[in-house]
Design a protein around this ligand. Structure first.
Ligand code: PGA
Length: 259
């Protein structure tokens, strides 16, 4: 149930009682876009995210595929980021995550899936990154970008200090990001130092942006990102000024927001 829209600041903020309801709303929004585009005979170009936050959303999309005939035949997907270097088949890779959590369970064409995975031996990463940008543009840009938020305010792997003009590129991971990834990799030493990430500018070009934040551990950063200063120190803060952004929060993530 949508029970709050913050009119004072024009921020499009939707609060849900719990993670389940927030995830259902997010999945429904994505599914509605896919279906609408299908009726129009068009592609739905989706920017997708990894991490704990979107997992339940993907489960619901899979359920809709199985039970309600939601088809992904017209979906073109571009993932936000991928570790570098990493083998695509490693269980910590985002390529693996997407396969396990969504792609293997729906009818998306494998040729329509794009994840910024670069072979560790690649000598021309910036060429790869530019081609990733061009590919997004060739489909007319992202219709919808799904985002989580890091505890340090990152979106994708655009860490604090990332330029708002940034495009897809090789980035260094922030200590907080590496710490949060430790449980996936066993030890901090095993967490890659770098990643390929869409840039902030890449994300801002999306026609619709859904930022999903769940749980108490996101409450501090979400308050800062929505109501704090717009600064490259908090990359997500740039989203405040954009009309196409919708924040979808559960009550724990919204705990510090002054109503
Ligand atoms: P999480 O990560 O969904 O695992 O909390 C979000 C992010 O870092 O963007």
């Amino acid at each position: 149930m949508n029970y709050s829209t913050d009119n004072l600041t024009q921020v499009n903020l939707t609060l849900y009682k719990n993670a389940e309801e927030a995830s259902m709303y997010t999945a429904n929004t994505i599914a509605a876009l896919i279906s609408r585009k299908q009726k129009e005979g068009k592609h739905a170009v989706l920017g997708l995210a990894t991490g704990n936050t979107p997992k339940r959303v993907y489960q619901e999309l899979i359920r809709m595929h199985n039970d309600e005939g939601l088809s992904f035949q017209n979906v073109i997907s571009f993932n936000l980021d991928e570790y570098f270097p990493i083998n695509a088949g490693d269980s910590q890779s985002y390529t693996y995550f997407m396969e396990q959590n969504l792609f293997a369970h729906v009818d998306i064409k494998s040729s329509n899936i794009h994840i910024p995975h670069v072979d560790g031996s690649s000598t021309d990463i910036s060429k790869y990154c530019n081609e990733y940008e061009e590919k997004i543009a060739s489909y007319g840009g992202l219709d919808l970008q799904l985002l989580g938020i890091g505890r340090n305010g990152h979106i994708g792997f655009n860490e604090p200090g990332s330029s708002f003009d940034s495009i897809t590129r090789l980035v260094n991971l922030h200590p907080v990001t590496r710490e949060d990834a430790k449980s996936d990799f066993g030890t901090l030493e095993n967490v890659p130092q770098q990643a390929i990430s869409m840039g902030i500018n890449t994300i801002l070009q999306a026609k619709k942006i859904l930022l999903l934040a769940l749980g108490q551990r996101k409450s501090e950063i979400i308050n800062k990102a929505i109501y704090g200063a717009v600064s490259i120190d908090t990359p997500a803060s740039i989203l405040q000024s954009l009309p196409q952004v919708e924040y979808i929060l559960d009550s724990d993530a919204a705990a510090l927001i002054q109503k």
